[in-house]
Design a protein around this ligand. Sequence first.
Ligand SMILES: [Zn+2]
Length: 461
Amino acid sequence: MKLPLLRVSVAVALAGTAVPAVTARAQQAPIAARYRAAADRIIDAALADSGAYRRLAELTDRFGPRLSGSESLERALDWILEQMQQDGLEQVRGEPVMVPHWVRGEESAEMVEPRPRRLPMLGLGGSVATPPGGITAEVMVVGSWEELLRRADEARGKIVLFNVPWVDYGTTVQYRSRGAIAAARAGAVAALLRSVTPQSLQSPHTGAMNYAPDTPQIPFAAVTVEDAEMMQRMVDRGQRVVVRLTMSARTLPDAPSRNVVAELRGSERPDEVVVLGGHIDSWDVGQGAMDDGGGVVAAWEAVNLLRRLGLRPRRTVRVVLWVNEENGGRGGDGYLEAHEAEVGRHVLAMESDAGVFKPLGFGFGGSDSAYAIVSQVGTLLDRIGAGKITRPGGGADIGPLMRSGVPGVGLNVEGSRYFWYHHTDADTMDKLDPSEMAQCVAAMAVMAYVVADLPEPLPRE
Ligand SMILES: [Zn+2]
């Protein structure tokens, strides 16, 4: 057993005795008291400013969506690097990463029986094309993996439609991830997915999908909840539903891209790092404003804010705009690879990738003793309702760092509407609220500043 763990168990044992409240308060006083004034300055300055919102609007209006491999992503990265230089951030650079390059091309879906209707659709990221004339086939609707298995002998030559109602993202997205594999194994010629969302206004939702090496690659596209339900009702009435699906998607060779990195160098221990950010790539629809333009700009502006206020912590605060979260995760992996030698000096990794709404706190992943400290830092955010530190926590882009032992936090927000817009043409600026975004900046800036300035680094597992 390692020493820190021993210390934790002693602390836990003590907390179980008759003096826990006093002990907890006594431990809490130092951090909260020491950093209250700085935290209040950060929060006041963040809330007085809608610069983050304006900057995100400019980014998303200028460049639009930013799929890995696209020219719009690379132009956005060039612009961000320029802006960061102008902001006066330090060590501004792009760190090379090779990314997958999938191109949607022209695509459509049309119900041809029992009556003609053009179906709003989006091919799923990574899907193969149909033959040039499309695939026209009868639709078989299933509501679960079990139903597909039970009726597998009916699937041959058909288009399988997964009409699976929303439960939560993690549960329902399995059908997007593995639907094409399961449908192909049953002999289907293509697959359709009811969009993964709790709420729909006829918008299809794209997202990543997978193939398996031992299974034929069939085209896979999302249709709307409304159309999936309608086709279900038609089939239930005994009607034959026929759809023509036409897709020209292609996967090109990997393309060069970059993680964008900038810093506020630490005053005493510049080689120790608090890293924060989000992913700069998006799907090729909407503006990638919620997912995740807002997260990256909030992190970027959090560092700008500290710089403007003259709050230079002991350790370096490093903002990273990871690339390729949506369809590969190469940015998160590439960052770990490039910074392997200094992973031991990463004190905290922070990510925002749950949309930009009212912040509630952070989800934490790491040791019990680090959790206790981060929870104390959280109390500095109670005045804006963003102080709740829960477990577990983390994020896709900081996952590689966390698996290497770095404590991690993911910004938690009031995200009940997030998946309405997620991966759709409706993920646009107007869905964000400037004051909520300013609160996200405040939450990230306070957490980054205090953890970067504490006398001791956060204890690891
Ligand atoms: Zn995202």
